[in-house]
Design a protein around this ligand. Sequence first.
Ligand SMILES: [Cu+2]
Length: 176
Amino acid sequence: MKKIARTLAYTTFLAFLFAAPALAEEVKAGDLVITQAWSRATPAGAKVAGGYLTIENKGAAPDRLIGGSADVADKVQVHEMTMNNGVMTMRPLDQGVTIEPGKAVKLAPGGYHLMLLDLKSPLKRGDKVPVTLEFEKAGKVKVSFDVQGVGAQGPATSPSSGSKKDMKGMSPGMKM
Ligand SMILES: [Cu+2]
């Protein structure tokens, strides 16, 4: 039993670690709370970049992320990435992404994301890229994307857990 208890404690600790707010600040817009806005550095010549963030709806009515704009790109679209017969494809969501009341929607690699199209300059690690999100109800909301390294799979964690930053994938050294 002891072992189970320890495993549980460890799991809780890990959950806390991953739920801990990133360095990116929290942005409130009406009933929406936007956290962990981040992007990835782009190779020279790249024309597109992804944008990821978490949107929580604390209100009583649904809202929708319908698009956005940024100085660094010609267009900002809401995209969805899906697997089709083993091939990753993505498509723009004309209707955007709905955030139901009391729920949070995470835009992350492999799923929903923002797509910055026709980049005017490459995104560099450490940059903070201002992007204006557009919601159906909350309207325009300014956030800034923390640019992570090229292979990053998630937002930066707090400085105290810096050693976890370069971790690949989701198998955080489960040593028991
Ligand atoms: Cu896309």
